[in-house]
Design a binder for this molecule. Structure first.
Ligand SMILES: [Zn+2]
Length: 84
């Protein structure tokens, strides 16, 4: 599966009603990362550990308020599952 493009993330956010005013400052403009060739599939990856064993690697893409920097994280698999 190819990398998510910026417009796919913003389209998905719009479809899910996730483009709402910032809960910290009320601004309504958000920035999302654009992944280039050679980048990982997700802008942020967390390695989940249970009982000292790596169980999963979970990817997220951030959306950052352009006014105050408040950042929301969206699970990359949820966005990819919504691809058409
Ligand atoms: Zn804000």
């Amino acid at each position: 599966m190819s990398k998510l493009q910026r417009t796919e993330v913003t389209d998905w956010m719009g479809e899910k009603g996730a483009i709402r005013p910032c809960e910290a400052c009320g601004a309504q403009q958000w920035m999302v990362p654009h992944l280039e060739d050679g980048d990982k599939d997700a802008a942020i990856q967390l390695h989940m550990i249970v009982n000292n064993q790596l169980t999963d690697t979970v990817g997220f893409t951030p959306a950052m308020c352009v006014n105050c920097g408040n950042t929301r994280l969206f699970h990359i698999d949820a966005i990819k599952a919504g691809r058409k």
